[in-house]
Design a protein around this ligand. Structure first.
Ligand code: MD3
Ligand code: FE
Length: 200
């Protein structure tokens, strides 16, 4: 059962044991060795501060031509498969037999941010998105489905898992602050976020 529900989003605080977090990080490192982090450009030609990679059939990509899912890393190589350790978290929490097609990997250095946005690049918003936080804590900013209006924030710590489904699937959200040195999970400071998505 979730620890708390904020604006319709179930939050599973400390869902992952330290051992589970370490094995996820180890698997993410293998993915990133094959599919190195890159910094996408927004449609305005500004480099994003968040570093990204992905595993699965699709990865998320952005440049002046817009936001989309692509079947290959920008270098032209296939995205590595989603590690079993990550698929296990998806199955346990969502209970779905369909597997995610994308595990987006976001890396935040201490100055990286992600502005308020909606996740609308997937085909069918009825599938949930699962978010796994690892490493330094990040302040998650939560708005509503409509633009504008009040927001609230929640610190996400290493091992926390969120499920975005139902009306909350289209909520505006972002990461507005990282707390460097708040976790010793990663060799350096920084925050990793994994989001699991059905894309097609
Ligand atoms: C709410 N990532 O990759 S995770 C993203 O921590 C993204 O890297 C943030 O927003 C991060 O698109 C936030 C929490 C999250 C992820 C997906 C959502 C919240 C969401 C999709 C719909 C609504
Ligand atoms: Fe998002």
């Amino acid at each position: 059962a979730p620890t708390l529900i904020i604006r319709g989003i179930p939050v599973f605080r400390g869902y992952l044991s330290h051992a589970a977090q370490r094995s996820l990080v180890n698997d993410v490192r293998k993915v990133v060795r094959a599919a190195p982090f890159f910094q996408p450009e927004t449609r305005f030609g500004q480099k994003m501060s968040v570093r990204m990679s992905a595993a699965g059939n699709y990865g998320w990509f952005s440049d002046r031509r817009g936001y989309r899912y692509i079947a290959h890393h920008p270098r032209g190589t296939a995205w590595p498969p989603i590690p079993e350790s990550i698929l296990g978290v998806w199955s346990e929490i969502t209970g779905l037999s369909r597997q995610p097609e994308c595990c987006l990997i976001n890396f935040y250095t201490e100055t990286a941010r992600m502005g308020l946005h909606q996740d609308r690049d997937e085909t069918d918003f009825r599938w949930p998105v699962l978010s796994i936080s690892l490493g330094d804590s990040g302040r998650f900013r939560i708005g509503s489905v409509d633009r504008g209006g009040p927001t609230e924030s929640l610190w996400l710590d290493s091992g926390d898992v969120l499920m975005l489904s139902g009306p909350a699937r289209l909520i505006h959200h972002g990461i507005d602050r990282i707390r460097p040195g708040s976790s010793s999970l990663l060799p350096k400071s920084g925050r990793l976020n994994l989001t699991l998505r059905v894309v097609t």
